[in-house]
Design a protein around this ligand. Sequence first.
Ligand code: ASP
Length: 534
Amino acid sequence: MFDEQEDKVLFDRANLLKSEYVIRASGIVRKRENPNPNIPTGYYEVLVRDMEVLNESAPLPIQIIKQTEDSEEIRLKYRYLDLRRERMKNNIIMRNRINFEIRRFLNERGFIDIETPFLTKSTPEGARDFLVPSRINPGRFYALPQSPQIFKQLLMVAGFEKYFQIVKCFRDEDLRADRQPEFTQLDIEMSFVDENDIYELIDNLFFSILKNVYNIEITIPIPRMKYDEAMSRFGSDRPDLRFGMELNDITGIVKKFEPKDFIAEGIENGDVVYALVSPLSEKITRKYLDNLTIRAKDAGCRLFSWGKVQNGGISGPFKKLFGRDGIQTDIAGDNQAIIYSCMGELRTVQSFLGEIRLEIGKILDLAPKDRLNFIWITDFPLFEWSEDENKIVSVHHPFTSPKEDILNVEGDDVYRIKSRSYDLVLNGVELGGGSIRIHRADVQEKVFSILGLTKEEIDEKFGFLLEAFKYGAPPHGGIAFGLDRMVMMFQGEDSIREVIPFPKTASGICPLTGAPDEVSERQLDELGIKLKNN
Ligand code: ASP
């Protein structure tokens, strides 16, 4: 507060101050004559007697106090200004508090924080590697770790038993909304454990974070659900349990109501019919419903139809296909409702309706924003066929232990094997996942060979790990969480970029520094690299 009567010269100088000037001021602290209870400093003021301008500020490219909608490009270009905003600052401060609580909790339980290398060899987590050329070993490259997976397992072989690290990981993925090429993981590994030890540790870790940082008490143990059940009830391996609207297998009902020949044949050949039932609402438009039919086809489903159940009758395409008298009551009971039904291969149908369930949940605003619904998803398949890569891949990663003996399993039977892996899901978002690991060289070799690696490739890529397993490797298991995502969820943000101080845009660019950048001819020469299209 500058008082014109007290000091006219100082008052005039103060009038020249602009937004974000840095000043040093001294004066007398006093009660305000007209207190403002709406601001934290509303009861007191400083009557300034002396003031020095330490630095001026150019006109601001983005407003700091006023809420404005700035483009992401501008926000990231001037991130240091964006971070001055209250909300952003708070996110970063809360991130530190969460980190601190994690460290406190794990230290108390005897975990030790151990650093693992960034310049290393490929770690298979399903993405591409970022490569770093080695100048002093021409023609050779380091890979930045996609996760510390192999090193944390080696630390178990080394006898550390309880490891953790809050660590940067690097994954070169194609443009995907809300992914960052570098992100932070909370990485954990333990020896002589089974799944229950992991659940107990993590349940308590999340209890502590939410209690000590947010004063929220969650109920533990966190419930568990097997992958197959999650798929058949929610059509997703990361179900959002904040609302019901579960999928129903109506294959039996359809059969009972004597379906048309081609439907009966489909079922005969192994197709299933699933249905989702939502309340009637004007928000679900005819256009949306008709569009679902096209989308279902694109998703690989054989038949999709919707029908409106009103006053006991049914209308819409469903009526023509399945509408024998009374079928709607078997599916939707006595409710006024919309039935969405889908026929085809089990997982395709489940996944499609799972997607629609989430969409309709959003349209009808079914998920309460302030609810935290945690769930463990367990018993994933060990392998799956990847259409994109046209080969068999690990659902988690190749170090995951099978649930049963795998040494004698051959052919398509491998798809039936479940793994000892688990994901922790919060409100439909996967917070993290892990597994009990393979600790025997013969089992690990078998998994690699199922994944199509030759003996030479196994040796070249993972020989050092298999060798380590020969020297008394203890049984072990662990888990890792996406810390950015965790903070985002707890802070109620929609994007991980809101909780990372200096993130990249969705296309992997840093508008602040201009990275990634071109490098000089000399640097390339030193590395022995020649660009193709230069
Ligand atoms: N390395 C795994 C991942 O990054 C986590 C784990 O299995 O512990 O997803």
